[in-house]
Design a protein around this ligand. Structure first.
Ligand code: 3EB
Length: 349
């Protein structure tokens, strides 16, 4: 078993003046979004994520609407905003918003009946990487991948594994510094809908972190599929004023093995332990106490079976991650035995 190590992107710009505080994210009630859109003085929306509900009105920025029903609390949307002017672009199935430092993009594509998911994913990632390079935001720092029937078989290979094949091929071909420059990511199965990818990129590189309790996913052995999953456990951006830490989807995986089969509460505790280990690691690198800042973080928990929500929520509430906001979404996870996956985001001064 190989333990993961912290790796820096080859071109990481330590100390480069950068102000992630020009980017903000919050979970808001739907009526807050409409008042934000109609206010001239409010921060500019850069991206909107609506879970399980298509938006009934147009918004002037990239949008994804993954069919991941929210299974606790009042309905919330995720809204990314900028306090600097933005400009937006649309290029076929890809739409982007840029503020001079950050780019957020949304890619959405219905799956044609005769196209395999690996070919489709390859084309999607090629399009995204070409666009990032051409627009001057070449450094990927966070990706969310959503598509339906993630654990179903497609012509003899599970769809998640096909997705990994296409993603790996495009990134290995076109991402400078691969695999150490791979960013934090999430890949979760929706109830229905197109392949949707949202991504955050920057003009400067971040640091991509491993977790000493987990093997780097991009080094997983072949038993998990013909090509390994292309993501880092976390990505850390630093400037003189700010640190921002993106924690990838984190599940009950130790080394490369799934733990606590059939036990959602134990899987939750193992996932939390993985997250706390990544926070400790990020703190050592970023010279910030991320463990202390865990209460300022935002988390999303993807839950496979709504019936295990109360067990998962209890385990989270008894942990250092008990801070709000914490969004519970019903989603399928990339290994059939995984019952919960948690992702996080921390802005800290
Ligand atoms: C794991 O640790 C759990 O394929 O992009 C978590 C986050 C997982 C992202 C991905 C997969 C992905 O292997 C699964």
């Amino acid at each position: 078993m190989t333990s993961a190590s912290t790796r820096r992107a080859p071109s990481a710009g330590r100390g480069t003046p950068r102000t992630p505080s020009h980017l903000h994210v919050s979970y808001v009630e739907p009526h807050t979004l409409s008042s934000l859109l109609h206010s001239a003085s409010a921060p500019q929306p850069m991206a909107v994520v609506s879970f399980g509900h298509p938006l009934s009105y147009d918004v002037p920025c990239p949008v994804i609407t993954p069919d991941l029903p929210q299974i606790a609390g009042s309905p919330l949307m995720e809204v990314w905003t900028s306090d600097r002017p933005i400009h937006t672009a649309t290029d076929g199935r890809l739409s982007t918003a840029m503020n001079g430092e950050w780019l957020i993009g949304a890619f959405s594509l219905d799956e044609p009946p005769n196209r395999s998911l690996d070919a489709l994913t390859y084309d999607a990632y090629r399009t995204i990487l070409r666009h990032l390079n051409d627009s001057g935001y070449p450094h990927l720092c966070r990706i969310w991948n959503y598509f339906p029937r993630i654990n179903d078989d497609q012509d003899g290979l599970e769809r998640y594994r096909r997705f990994c094949v296409g993603r790996h091929r495009a990134l290995a071909e076109s991402l400078p510094g691969f695999p150490c420059s791979l960013p934090a990511a999430t890949a979760v199965g929706t109830q229905s809908g197109p392949l949707q990818i949202m991504f955050l990129a920057s003009t400067e590189a971040g640091d991509h972190l491993g977790n000493p309790r987990q093997m780097n996913a991009y080094e997983y052995p072949a038993e998990y599929g013909p090509r390994s999953p292309s993501f880092a456990r976390a990505t850390l951006f630093r400037s003189d004023q700010d640190n921002v830490l993106f924690i990838a989807g984190t599940a009950s995986v130790v080394g490369h093995a799934s733990r606590h089969i059939g036990r959602p509460a134990d899987q939750t505790r193992e996932s939390i332990c993985n997250i706390l280990t990544v926070l400790e690691r990020a703190g050592a690198i970023g010279n910030a106490d991320f463990l202390d800042k865990a209460s300022r973080a935002m988390y999303k928990a993807y839950v496979r079976d709504a019936g295990s929500l109360s067990e998962i929520r209890d385990a989270l509430q008894r942990s250092p991650l008990s801070s709000r906001p914490l969004l519970f979404l019903q989603g399928d996870l990339c290994r059939k035995e995984l019952l919960v996956e948690i992702e996080g985001l921390i802005f800290s001064e």
